[in-house]
Ligand binder design. Sequence first.
Ligand SMILES: *Cc1c(COP(=O)(O)O)cnc(C)c1O
Length: 497
Amino acid sequence: MHYISTRDKTLKLSAAQAIAQGLSRDGGLFVPETLPSFDMDFIAGLCGLSYADRAVKVMKLFLDDFSEEELRLYAKAAYGRPAYDADNAAPIRMAGDDTAFLELWHGPTCAFKDMALQMLPYLLTASLKKTGEKKKVCILVATSGDTGKAALEGFRDVEGTKILVFYPSDGVSDVQKLQMVSTQGKNVGVCAVRGNFDDAQNGVKAIFSDAGLRELLAEKGYFFSSANSINWGRLLPQVVYYVSAYCELIKNGAIRPGESVNFCVPTGNFGNILAGYYAKAMGLPVGRLICASNKNKILTDFIETAVYDRNREFYTTMSPSMDILISSNLERLLFMLSGGDDALIRDYMGRLAASGRYEAEPGIMQRLRESFSAGFSTEEETAGAIGSVWKEFRYLIDPHTAVAYNVLKGYRERTGDKAVSVAVSTASPYKFCDSVLEAIGEKADGSGTELIRRLSEATGTRVPAPLEDLDKREVRFNKTVEKSAMASAVLEMLGIS
Ligand SMILES: *Cc1c(COP(=O)(O)O)cnc(C)c1O
């Protein structure tokens, strides 16, 4: 099985090569040349397995240069205890007969990024070995909050890796900061950068393109890599939970085998929902994939009008992980829907880079609309959804999940579609205590850790273990640097001077 670049399909790589390299040198993303497929017997066979074993069977279809034994080892470490302490890493929770929430936040950082970032380090280090890379990988991350912690937890104490995270000194919440600076592990480093997220991000970009630094690191046996969501090793683990959710719905009697199910996905970078499309294209009985946006509704507009236009106002919302104007993984979908037209994708992405805008062809849009619907939620609607789900089902959802739930409701009203539908739940409500408290009519003043206690008291729900007693944990990292000193901070954290 080969992987090709969305911008040059003559480039053919093995899975290990694609994962080791991350982004193609032509700027494109790696995609499987042909999609594997499965039938209902395969799905039925998965239903009796643990989440980790489901992951092995699904990922193996894409990774023919990895053995099942290898993948089993990784999946046990990624989705077993102590990373996940539920037996199923991605359980579902019904709200009525026809709606399920797929909870993707039972991992170490209480958000869905864990589903991929718990697995990526194993796939990446194995891929580096398979491709003969001798140097250790140093993962650099600039984070606005969630990705940094998820990457720290995924890579911590993984042999052959170092993980260094920069966060903006005025740009992350109390809880996010405490989570990061108290991270355990021998191979981790965390450092604040004076400024906002762009300062941290630009600083990391400058380090990536600093040839002198790269040479110095190579001498010491390191090379830089990133953990962002364009790596195939981050996307692939996400296909698993769509198939797993389908098994859970069969097991609890919500659907009959073969019945089709809709998924509504709170979307930012388009990675999560794209994994759902892969699952559908491979044979999972999926009806509609409903793309849910917040007030930054660039994807809703694109799916309705065929015009992708990032020249618009950027809003900060209570679902910050979806505050995105460039959804990188959309490139993979367009490539597939165009029948692998790499020249066309080069043209679109060139236009996007040059003018911030492109218009997709009618043929592509027609195929896209055969599978996808779209909608967005205003801030009021999002808060309203948190409140109404709490009132009706005594179930707490976070603002990202609430965006999906509200969009699903709108989709049903608009279309009359009665199919069983899954709202993909991407974060624990305890990660966004202030918005959640307000939405259920409680006061939300006080520090981040106080609000965690308050939410638990007000609702009688339990604080997830990774967020308990955060303020009592040892602070291991308290350095703040200027943007200009980020490169020396890297060397210091690596013990190179
Ligand atoms: C990253 C994230 C999303 C968006 O997922 P994409 O794969 O970028 O579309 C949604 N919700 C939460 C909580 C996230 O962290």
